[in-house]
Design a protein around this ligand. Sequence first.
Ligand SMILES: [Zn+2]
Ligand SMILES: [Zn+2]
Length: 378
Amino acid sequence: MPVIELNRRNFVLAAAGSAVLGSRLVQAAASPTPDRITPWAGEKIVDCHFHERASEEAMIAHLDGAGVSSALMLAFGDASTRYAQLRGKHPGRFIGWARGAGFSPPGGSSASDAAPSPFNMASLSTAGASAQAIDELRRLKARGWKGFAESGAVGDVDSPDMHRMFAMAAELDVPIMMHFQKAGLPGRPSQPGRGFSHIEPMLKKYPKAKLVGHASDFWGHIDARYSDGGGYLTDKVQPGGLIDRLLADYPNLYGDLGAPSCLIQMGRDPEFTRGFLQRHQHKLMFGSDCGCADGRGGMGTMAPSVPVPPGSDPQRPAGGVNAGNAAAMQMRMAAMGGLAGKCIARELLSITWNSVDRSTFRNIAWNNAVRVYRLEHR
Ligand SMILES: [Zn+2]
Ligand SMILES: [Zn+2]
């Protein structure tokens, strides 16, 4: 899991923490299923928000602990070689890898803009560069790359970089999974994906680009009262939220059921959640975005790094999971009462399992991701 992701989470949880204490959310989000019981054991489940970890053992430990059969690995750099090795060694467990797009920093270009990476949207502003990138991505697609995931734009949803990514995703026929969060982060003034509430023209303009929404400004919009960058609402959901409408109206919009941002929203109003999961059962996909070590909420000894050769990827620093950040996330979760020591994968699977019938569960836990990302499950 990238450091940046943990930082985002820390911030979100810090922002949400005090408002959440004592609310119904805490009881609702707390797993009704003890951590040692896995009622979904034996089901085919793919975690489509599974950040690459330091070792294959660490990845298998989280999958096994949470009772998850398979993963779409959100990788650092070009993972095609690692992916082939993982597939050979753990048949059926790794069924695709993905990598997000990079964007211009606020206020213009940076040194990394010059790097000719097919993932660096800022470097692809000319037709020639775009065509070359498309060729390169086609090559990676043949080696298991499944889409632009996870992408976090530093800018607005209709920026030139975003248009480039949507056009490329449409041409390559791969999904974009995007982190939408307008609120800034402490010590990190750049803001990921701003302006989700203005996404509709992009969905209209690029009907062939499949967008999978994630993070606070996506999930917050289950409620009609939410606005981009707002704090989490934790009471009963007010129907008429933006994503409820967009998921119904746009065949190219999907939802990534992962991270505390989703867990908090799915945990606040069980009756709403049941209806929401049911009516969007062909549009929602289980993902975890979990930082725990063992798939049961334990921290273990968090691995210090991810195998990224230094300098191999201008979008990402070498190294990855940061033990200090992971511990800080757990402290925030502890501050949220019921979430202390919980595995996000387990919590979300538990809510889904207890809210819908088996066929709906299978759509959300397996069928939708396999179909939309074209995962290699055989
Ligand atoms: Zn994210
Ligand atoms: Zn976990």
